[in-house]
Design a binder for this molecule. Structure first.
Ligand code: SF4
Length: 255
């Protein structure tokens, strides 16, 4: 099997360099949709997708934010100032949702906390917004972000990342203690639940904050896995969720 490996140009290498006063935005930029996962499922939201990730999950559906073999990783990112990013977020909201509704921003990636000090600067320009931050739970959040809702998705062995890179118990304990936080584990097989049991017990995670999501690239695959694990998840007192974005919109980007 031949593998396509993109060879970056000098311009590409310049494009992905960090600029100290700008956010590095992935090719998806901002888009208005419905939150598809977790406690706020179904709520209208603007998503902001940031570039770069420190993990390399085998089933990642946003590889273009980190995979150096892909052309998109090198060619799509843009640098937006904090003011420009805030304007785009407000415009995305106003073009789709009624202005009297609670405004919700979901900051996703990649791994957004790689740019967390810049996120603080952005949020100063978005007063009144409800903020959710999606994170893989390997980077300690800074206190300035503690009032945000943290949607933490710690990775298991099934992600293909080595344990010492994917598992940071000290980070999970801090996120567990934040008033607005939840943990979403992506499961490919029933045995994964035993691995989650160990994490929950080692980090003393609140069971009411735990959500299990069956992995799958198609609606059918997700539903089969859902049925396989549903009873065992409910017996542990955890929540279970489908990948609603996939079910509502299919595997398209910017949904
Ligand atoms: S942590 Fe998230 S963005 Fe990063 S590789 Fe894994 S699934 Fe993809």
């Amino acid at each position: 099997m031949s593998v396509n490996i993109y060879k970056p140009t000098t311009e590409d290498r310049e494009r992905i360099k960090h600029q100290f006063d700008k956010l590095k935005i992935s090719g998806d930029g901002v888009f208005a949709t419905l939150q598809g996962e977790g406690q706020t499922t179904g709520k209208p939201a603007v998503f902001l997708r940031l570039h770069f990730c420190n993990l390399h999950c085998s089933w990642c559906d946003t590889r273009y934010t980190w995979d150096k073999n892909s052309r998109e990783f090198w060619q799509e990112p843009e640098d937006w100032s904090y003011g420009e990013t805030a304007v785009r977020i407000n415009n995305a909201w106003e073009s789709v949702f009624p202005t009297n509704q609670e405004k919700r921003l979901v900051i996703t990636g990649g791994e957004p906390l790689l740019q967390q000090r810049k996120i603080v600067n952005l949020l100063q320009r978005l007063p009144g917004w409800e903020i959710e931050i999606e994170t893989n739970g390997t980077i300690m959040p800074i206190p300035e972000l503690y009032t945000c809702q943290f949607n933490c998705s710690p990775k298991l062995e099934n992600s293909g990342n080595p344990l010492q890179i994917r598992y940071k118990p000290e980070v999970l304990r801090v996120i567990n203690n934040l008033s607005k936080s939840q943990f979403k584990f992506v499961v490919t097989k029933p045995l994964d639940l035993d691995e989650i049991d160990l994490i929950v017990s080692n980090c003393n995670l609140n069971p009411t904050k735990i959500l299990i999501m069956p992995e799958g690239q198609t609606k059918k695959e997700v539903e089969i896995r859902y049925q396989m694990i549903k009873d065992a998840v409910e017996a542990r007192g955890w929540g279970i969720t489908l990948r609603n974005q996939l079910i509502w919109f299919g595997s398209k980007r910017r949904t």
